[in-house]
Design a protein around this ligand. Structure first.
Ligand SMILES: Cc1cc2nc3c(=O)[nH]c(=O)nc-3n(C[C@H](O)[C@H](O)[C@H](O)COP(=O)(O)OP(=O)(O)OC[C@H]3O[C@@H](n4cnc5c(N)ncnc54)[C@H](O)[C@@H]3O)c2cc1C
Length: 307
């Protein structure tokens, strides 16, 4: 599976592949399955529709790896506006930011300043900023940034940890010691076996270990997966140790396993849907394709279909 993922992500990075996918009008329905739309209005309308069905949301302005400080400033401004809109609409919604979208690759100090601006605003408005975890070249600086700001802004910040990384064994311990709210994910990037478990079985086992530790001893864990077996384990374990929704929620991606999202919600579990929007959807979209061969087959059939 991880070989499949590396292959898809490597091929998808080729500019001619991106051009082909972007220009095919036949792709629009599949993109729309995973992405709320290009505008803030579309994302808000979707978040409100989900709220009316009992789902909380996380809004993610798509984009990553900005190369100019002005771009990072514009992204920060857009996120600040988003936090204000969420508060004004009274939505149960968090925002999710990628550190490289706030300038981490240009200069970690710049990303620190930008994230701090959002954390301060979230604190003032009673909101929350979730920090996505990107590829392993950014893990250390992202955690340094988070650790620093968490000391000031506490639960107004939440960090994603990836079970596929060996280092997460230690990072989960740190999160527990320091009372960080954690979103636990398996990990979506192509990583070498020097830093990440190479098999699905090992990643799943690590996920379960971290999940049980965070449920039992952590501040709060967002169980971000569509893996039915893990969801069953999580619910059973939470019941056995007597922890409730003050300690956890389920998080799933918009467009993935809607059946499961509804099933959990109907069973009275707290479910938050991750709603991405914006013009820079291509890298996010390719990570979704890399997670499931059936998605890629659909794309190939559309793109290669004779006109
Ligand atoms: C709310 C949320 C936030 C996330 N944030 C991050 C992050 O910050 N950093 C990061 O690296 N990763 C992030 N991810 C992605 C995550 O790392 C995984 O790549 C992704 O969730 C797929 O793994 P899984 O846990 O669902 O398990 P898997 O074992 O991959 O999948 C379990 C089942 O889910 C279904 N499924 C999974 N993916 C898809 C798909 N794309 N299309 C259709 N069905 C699918 C299939 O039925 C599959 O059998 C996030 C995921 C979620 C849900």
């Amino acid at each position: 599976m991880s070989l499949y993922r590396s292959l898809v992500l490597t091929v998808a990075r080729q500019p001619w592949v991106e051009r082909l996918v972007r220009k095919s009008p036949l792709m629009a329905p599949l993109v729309a399955r995973f992405v709320a739309g290009e505008s803030l209005e579309e994302a808000l309308a979707l978040a409100q529709a989900l709220a009316s069905r009992g789902f909380a949301t996380t809004l993610d302005l798509l984009g990553e790896d900005v190369t100019a400080p002005t771009e990072a400033a514009a992204v920060t401004e857009a996120y600040a506006e988003l936090l204000q809109t969420i508060a004004r609409c009274g939505l149960d919604a968090t925002i999710s930011v990628k550190p490289t979208h706030l300038g981490l690759r240009i200069d970690p100090t710049l990303a620190h300043l930008n994230l701090e601006r959002l954390a301060r605003l979230a604190q003032r408005l009673g909101g929350r900023v979730e920090v996505d975890m990107e590829d392993s070249s950014t893990t250390r600086p992202t955690l340094e940034l988070f650790a620093d700001l968490h000391q000031i802004y506490g639960d107004h910040l939440q960090i994603a940890l990836q079970a596929y990384l060996y280092r997460s064994e230690r990072d989960v311990e740190t999160a527990i010691e320091r009372g960080w709210r954690v979103r636990l994910v398996k990990g979506a990037y192509a990583e070498p076996s020097t830093v990440a478990y190479p098999t699905k079985a090992a990643v799943d086992a690590a996920y379960r270990r971290h999940l049980e530790a965070l449920l039992e001893y952590g501040q709060f864990v967002a169980i971000a997966t569509h893996d039915e077996a893990i969801l069953r384990v999580a619910r059973g374990f939470a019941r056995r140790i007597g922890v409730g929704p003050e300690k956890y929620e389920f998080q799933m991606l918009y467009g993935v396993r809607r059946d499961l999202q509804e099933e959990l919600q109907r069973a009275g579990e707290p479910v938050r849907i991750y709603v991405p929007f914006g013009q820079h959807w291509y890298p996010y979209f390719t990570r979704r394709l890399a997670e499931r061969p059936a998605n890629l087959l659909f794309v190939l059939r559309q793109v290669l279909r004779p006109a």
